[in-house]
Design a protein around this ligand. Sequence first.
Ligand SMILES: Cc1cc2nc3c(=O)[nH]c(=O)nc-3n(C[C@H](O)[C@H](O)[C@H](O)COP(=O)(O)O)c2cc1C
Length: 159
Amino acid sequence: MAFNSGEFRKVLGSFATGVTIVTTRDKRGVPHGLTANSFSSVSLDPPLVLFCIDKRSNCLPAFQEGEGFAINVLTDIQKDISDRFAFSEERWDGVKTTSLVTGVPVLEDCLANLDCSMHAQFDAGDHIIVVGKVEDILVKEEGDPLLYFRGMYRGVHIE
Ligand SMILES: Cc1cc2nc3c(=O)[nH]c(=O)nc-3n(C[C@H](O)[C@H](O)[C@H](O)COP(=O)(O)O)c2cc1C
């Protein structure tokens, strides 16, 4: 390869993304979730989306055995919960959730939520690509996105 892993990370970090928390519940009904910026739209018809999860993630078994997952798109005032679902063990204390069609926990007060049934999973290097079929959505007209760029949170204000 003509580059090292640090250079590769730098290149990936120069692509600005939104920030999501992806949530699910395991067979016993216990909620799991992690912060993820690998969310992407895939298909409009049928409506498909994806995210990528590290094979080392403690949440991976819950996503693999679960019937679905929710993508929760964060606003610029949700940095704290983003950090909590990236770095902390105590993730769910005080978090307000609801459920839509699939029954997985959907976070309240987000910019948007996509409630997905499991469509496919693909092995891809050190990650698994998880594809969901969107069963229900919530979207807010107000609010600005939380952005992630060069390893830092950012905000945007569009006039
Ligand atoms: C902004 C941001 C984006 C992230 N995106 C992803 C991602 O797309 N996929 C992933 O597996 N981890 C991602 N992570 C790291 C996970 O959030 C973190 O490793 C995870 O919470 C580990 O917890 P777990 O082992 O309990 O699942 C991201 C972290 C941050 C701060």
